[in-house]
Write a protein that binds this ligand. Structure first.
Ligand code: NAD
Ligand code: SER
Length: 336
């Protein structure tokens, strides 16, 4: 069995053959970030290196194994040029300001998060792209939402700029699907944790930093308090969910705004205890900052039954399995 089919448990060898034969040409916008770095590698493994175009605001640093183009997601003309020139069939739009950064720069956060989405939706509406992936977030939920096992359909009153932009984006994705048949697919990611790339300015970033600091210094000062339970997910699960929702037959995608997605939930104290299985003297202290208020407005856990029912979603990593994998991989990088 290939490595890919072990990871993607509900795709068979025939599925992979079909993906290879499908002649999809994929553009990933915002490919140098936390998710893009890992997503591009998986997409290239599935669709072939030359069929997946990485793109980011950042200049090409020569580290890319396949095609790379420098692109500002706000530059609709250049985006359109690339779509036409490279015969792009699918776009994964990852460029965005995340919760903490957007809260500090609300005007630009709104501009980037909304305008980039409109550019892609409009180009798809004209028939130039077949399918769009655009990530939403648990940040769509606010303090009036039920916080435990937050349902797919519930009160949604986000109180952050980022959450407002994600909620608006969800409504637009659904509207373009209903009105023009644009094939939009989206997941409400929890906080994502991985060892291959650094997080980019979110409220859940502590859950990545904590592993690095545990191995480097044996201690960590957390910007959220010890009881702040949030929904989280290990990156391999997130990448698999992303590709699974994109590869599911269109009639199985019944929610065209965005799907709830769950992996695990924990607070800083619980992750610290788990890390001590590997770093027994690890110590954590707390200095909550402005991100505490953001975290306090978000759910503690997510009900993702709709994703399970519609396209078979099932997470594979819990906290202890994630910690084992994070620590063993980071040890190789950090050299401990
Ligand atoms: P990130 O900040 O790590 O990466 C974003 C990338 O976009 C960066 O490489 C940045 O250089 C690039 N970028 C910024 N402005 C750009 C522009 N104008 N044009 C082109 N590229 C630009 O973010 P991420 O964690 O990889 O998140 C990707 C998407 O997933 C975002 O929409 C984010 O809201 C969503 N999401 C992420 C998480 C998470 O925990 N990482 C959780 C929920 C949702
Ligand atoms: N991890 C993201 C953030 O904290 C959630 O969307 O911004």
């Amino acid at each position: 069995m290939s490595k890919i089919s072990q990871v993607f448990h509900n795709f068979t060898a025939q599925h992979y053959e079909a993906f290879r034969m499908s002649k999809e040409r994929i553009l990933v916008i915002g490919s140098s970030g936390q998710i893009g770095t890992e997503l591009v590698v998986e997409l290239r493994r599935i669709y072939g290196q030359d069929n997946v175009f990485a793109s980011d605001l950042k200049a090409d640093d020569g580290s890319h194994a396949g095609p790379y183009v420098q692109l500002d997601a706000l530059d609709k003309n250049k985006l359109f040029e690339i779509v036409k020139k490279e015969n792009i069939t699918q776009v994964y739009l990852l460029a965005a300001l995340l919760s903490a950064t957007a809260e500090k720069n609300p005007e630009f956060g709104w501009k980037l998060n909304m305008e980039s989405l409109f550019h892609v939706l409009e180009i798809a509406k004209e028939g130039h792209i077949k399918k769009i992936y655009w990530p939403s977030s648990i940040a769509v939920f606010g303090p009036t939402t039920p916080r435990v096992n937050t349902p797919q359909f519930t009160v949604i009153e986000p109180t952050t700029v980022y959450g407002i932009s994600k909620f608006a984006g969800e409504r637009w994705c659904e509207w373009y699907f209903n009105k023009y048949g644009v094939d939009t697919r989206s997941l409400r990611y929890p906080g994502l944790i991985g060892w291959k790339s650094a997080p980019g300015g979110g409220t859940t970033d502590y859950a990545v930093h904590i592993y690095h600091e545990a191995l480097k210094t044996g201690k960590y000062t957390c910007f959220l308090n010890e009881n702040t339970t949030l929904p989280m997910m290990y990156m391999p699960d997130a990448i698999r969910a992303t590709i699974e929702v994109m590869e599911s037959p269109a009639d199985r995608i019944k929610t065209r705004s965005s799907y709830n997605l769950a992996g695990m939930s924990f607070n800083p104290e619980e992750i610290a205890v788990d890390i001590r299985r590997h770093v027994p003297n690890f110590s954590i202290s707390y200095a909550p900052d402005f991100r505490q208020a953001i975290a306090d407005s978000w759910p503690q856990s997510i009900d993702d039954q709709k994703a399970t029912e519609d396209w078979g979603w099932k997470p594979q990593f819990d906290l202890s399995r994630m910690t084992d994998d994070m620590i063993s991989n980071l040890k190789n990088i950090i050299g401990k």
